[in-house]
Design a protein around this ligand. Sequence first.
Ligand code: TRP
Ligand code: SF4
Length: 523
Amino acid sequence: MTDTNDGAEDGDGDADAPGADSVALDPWGSSTVSDYRKLFDEFGIESFEDVIDDVPNPHFLMRRAIIFGHRDYRRVAAAMRNGEPFAALSGFMPTGDPHIGHKMVFDELVWHQQQGADTYALIADLEAHAARGLTWDEIDDHAEDYLLSLLALGFDADEGTLYRQSANRELQDLAFELGVEANFSELEAIYGFDGETDVSHMQSVVTQMADILYPQLDEPKPTVIPVGPDQDPHMRLARDVAERTRFFKVTEAYASVAFDDDERPLVAAAYDARGEYADDPDRPRCTEAADYLREADDVTAPYGGDVVESVVEKLENAGMEPLRPRIRFFDRQATDEAFEALIDEVRGEKRVFEGHVDAFEIDREAAEDLALAVEVDHGGYGFVPPSSIYHRFMTGLTGGKMSSSVPASHISLLDDPAEGYDKVKAATTGGRETAELQRELGGEPDKCPVYELYAYLLAGDDDEFAQRVYDECAGGDRLCGDCKEQAADLMAEFLEDHQEKREQAREVLDGLDVELDSRRSRV
Ligand code: TRP
Ligand code: SF4
C-alpha cells in the first residue's frame, strides 16, 4: 500500500537482500515511482483514463487521475453497471499511525462499498510481524487505529467485512492451498527473495494471495483491490495463482493442432484471408493457409520469423484438415466427473479429445461462463482473475517521499488539529521566490505538495474548487501564504471532524467481531 512511501526505514533487512535492487516494484522496499507511464509499458498496467467512461459514477480520485492505472477493472465496472455482484478488498500493514496516504485507500473502499461492492478491509498483521518485525503489542495498537479511521470515514461494518490475517482460519487454509501453486523460484524472481529470506515472510506472501481471493470464497465474482503501484507484484502473482487453480483453460483454436498464444493471431489472420486462397472459402485447408502465409509478407511482417516458421510448419503438417475457428476447453486439473460434465454441457457440434474438447458453436464468453459454472458445481473455486486500481503516491510535505518515519513529511490521521495546521503551514510549495515573480509567472501547482493536499483530500468531491486552486495558482492570482493558510485551516477542520468520528466509531468497533488483542507471545 502507501507503505512504499514509508521507506525501507521500517524494513528488517529483507528489502536490502541482494537482488532486490533489480526488482523495480518492491512491496517492502523504498522505491518511489518517478515515472508512472513506465508502469504501463513495463508491467502492463493499463491507464485508468481508458476505463473511466465505463464507470457509472467515478470517484474524485478517479476524475482527477490520482487513480492513474488499473488491471482488468473493466469487469468490475461492468458488474457495477449491471447490478451484478462484485467485491472490493484492501489490506493495511499496521506499522505506524494511519496517515493521509492511507485515507485515500479507505476512501476507495468506502466508495466501492457505496457502489454496491461486497467490501473487505484487513489488517496485515502477519505481514507486519514477518516482513517488518513489529511486535504483537505494537501491531495490536496500530490495528485498532486503522480500523477506527476506516469506520470514521464511512465504512459500513454491518455490510462489509473486517478481519485480521492472524485470526482468520479460513484465510489461512486458503493461503495454504494457494501455496501449492507457487514455488520459491517464482518468489525469488518476483520479490528478490533469496536464501536469507525468512520463511514467515514468504508465508505472508501466500497470505496476501489468499486475502486477494478471499472475497470469492463463497462465490466467484469480479473483485477490485485498490492499492499503490508498489503492490502490483502481488497482483501479478495473485492473478497467475488464481488461474492455476482453475479446472479448465478456455482458448481459441483453429485446427486440431495447438497454436501458442503468440501464434494464434497469425493463424486468425490467415483464416480471415481465406477468400484469397482457398479453393472452397467455406472449407479452407491448413495446407492452403500454409502456402498462402509463405508468400504473404505483408501479413507475416508484424510477426517474428520463428513464429511464422512454426505456424507454417504446423499448418503444413495438418495437411487437408479444414482450418476452422473453435473454442477449446483444456482439462487443466478438473476431476474426471467435471470433465465429463463439461463435455455433456457443450451445446452444438463438438469434438472430444484426450485432454481437451473443441466446441464449434459457442462463443468465447459463453464458454468462459460454462467452464466456471461446471467448475463451481464440482467443488472448484472458479476464481475470476482479481482486478486492481492504482493511485499515485502523495509527495511528502517537506518535498521528497512521504514517510511515516519522518513526521513532518506526512499528516497522521491522529495528529492534533493544531499540529496538522502547523505542518501544512511549514510545507514546501511550488511557489516562486518572491510574490512579484509569482504574480508574473504563476506558481507550479504540479510540483506543489500543498496543491496535492487540495486535490487528494481537502477539496473532497468539489472538482470546481480543486480546479480553481489550480488555475489561480498557475495564473499568478494565488500566493502561497494565503493558499497555505486556507489549506491549513481545512486540514485542521478535517482532523477535528475525523477524530470526533473516530471516537464515535469506538462503540461500533467494540460491537464487532474483530480480534483486537492478538494474545500472542511478546516476540
Ligand atoms: N502488503 C500490503 C501493504 O504493504 C498489505 C496487504 C496485505 C494487502 N494483504 C493485502 C493489500 C491484500 C491489498 C490486498 O500495505
Ligand atoms: Fe502551491 Fe498554493 Fe503556492 Fe500554488 S499558491 S504553489 S498551490 S502553495
